[in-house]
Write a protein that binds this ligand. Structure first.
Ligand code: NAG
Length: 104
């Protein structure tokens, strides 16, 4: 039968400090082998299409733009959590960030 796959996102939390960093969680449900699953992270600005920032499978994240390596980080935690952080937040970082996963 058809597998049910869910990606749940909590609200972005912003931590205060010298540089502000927002961490967004993505929780995968029903993804077999989550550790190796390819999770994509996108950013969408108002009136623009979604733009992929990076994707991650079992190792390090791959960036669509290598200059974004310090700006965005991504890692997996536990059995089904994928985390994404935006560093050194400025107003220009405003937008909707979301994770995506495709089953083949
Ligand atoms: C990559 O990111 C840098 C820094 O944000 C930006 O200046 C540059 O235009 C980007 N390159 C491409 C191909 O989008």
């Amino acid at each position: 039968g058809q597998a049910q796959v869910l990606l749940k996102q909590n609200q972005a939390s912003v931590t205060t400090g010298i540089t502000k960093t927002a961490v967004i969680n993505c929780v995968g449900e029903g993804i077999s082998n989550f550790k190796n699953a390819i999770i994509h992270w996108y950013r969408q600005r108002p009136s623009e299409g979604p733009q992929r920032i990076l994707f991650i499978s079992s190792g390090k994240a791959s960036y669509d733009n290598e200059s974004h390596k310090d700006k965005y980080r991504c890692w997996k935690e536990g059995t089904n959590i994928c985390k994404f952080s935006v560093n050194d937040i400025h107003s220009s970082d405003e937008g909707t960030y979301f994770c995506a996963y495709w089953e083949y």
